[in-house]
Design a protein around this ligand. Structure first.
Ligand SMILES: [Zn+2]
Length: 317
């Protein structure tokens, strides 16, 4: 998908959803999901009177440089980064942003501290071996180097402004609200409500074509989606995929609740996969290959949601 077309579309949506604002209240930078390398999460750049604020920084330098270009074009420094969660497709770019803007503060959950002792370092030996493996293509090695650099630089992943609950963040006249969802897509997910533009920035609590359960806990995740659904907003920006209207988000939530209820019961895996394929059809349609979504759903039912060790790790029970 052409990122400029997607960006233009979403900017137009943002502008029309805010009757009182002459210009788009934020810049949406769509994360790419190429077939041959690791994805980038979506990023958002918000403008204050003298400063810029960014939500999620991507993985690849090409993505992060689009964020820096927005700040350079406005001639205002990036003073704050919000990471919705510690997954490296959303946080690797922190170091590159801070290299350009050393004063940038980092707001996120402290869940990354546990991930740096567990999930994130589990594959280090494998990753080092990949760098010496002639069968691994150069794009794969580039991704591996980005991963190793990120986990070896924890100061750019661990927050200096930890989000342990609800936090108000001023941006000129605007006041953003940072919310913490515990044990949802990760152990601590930060999502952001911008009442002025009636927008929610949801991170990977909302992802097309299916929720990524690699570090997820269904129970906390359902609670977070319910909390978001109660708020007054018009547009929701997911962690991957294009912005959606509130009603579309509500249908995502219903599909999520039905899929996870099935996965937590005794029904055959295939019938739970069918629940998402049917109720989540608008999101499945956002990916070119429905077989990819079916395979991922089956994996998450059998290997995460129904796996006692994963429930213990991600749900704490
Ligand atoms: Zn992501």
């Amino acid at each position: 998908m052409a990122s400029t077309a997607a960006m233009a579309l979403s900017l137009a949506m943002a502008a029309t959803s805010t009757a009182f604002a002459a210009t788009a209240p934020y810049t949406f930078i769509e994360g790419q999901v190429p077939a041959d390398r690791q994805p980038d999460g979506n990023s958002i750049v918000l403008e204050g009177p003298q400063e810029m604020l960014v939500i999620d920084t991507g993985r690849h330098p090409e993505h992060t440089d689009k964020i820096i270009a927005v700040a350079k074009a406005r001639n205002k420094p990036i003073t704050a980064i919000i990471n919705t969660h510690w997954h490296l497709d959303h946080a690797t770019g922190n170091a590159r942003i801070r290299a350009a803007y050393p004063g940038a503060k980092l707001y996120t959950s402290t869940a990354v501290e546990g991930a740096l002792k567990g999930f994130l370092i589990r594959n280090v030996d494998q990753a080092r071996a990949r760098l010496d493996d002639p069968a691994v293509p150069e794009v794969g090695k580039t991704d591996t180097r980005l991963y190793l650099n990120a986990i070896n630089d924890p100061v750019n992943l661990i927050p200096d402004q930890p989000v342990n609950g609800t936090v108000a963040l001023k941006l000129g006249e605007r006041e953003l609200t940072l919310h913490l969802a515990k044990r949802a897509a990760t152990e601590g997910d930060v999502w952001v409500h911008d009442p002025a533009s009636k927008t929610v920035f949801a991170g990977d609590l909302v992802v097309a074509p299916l929720p990524f359960f690699d570090t997820g806990c269904a129970d906390g995740w359902r609670k977070a989606l319910a909390e978001i659904d109660q708020l007054d907003f018009q547009t929701l920006i997911p962690g991957h995929g294009l912005p959606m209207e509130h009603a579309v988000f509500s249908s995502y939530r219903q599909a999520f609740d039905a899929f996870t209820a099935c996965a937590e019961g005794n029904a055959p895996t295939a019938s739970c996969v069918a629940v998402w394929m049917q109720k989540g059809a608008p999101f499945v349609a956002m990916h070119p290959d429905p077989k990819y979504t079916q395979a991922a759903l089956a994996y998450y039912v059998d290997q995460v949601i129904r796996a006692p060790a994963k429930r213990a790790e991600f749900c704490g029970k």
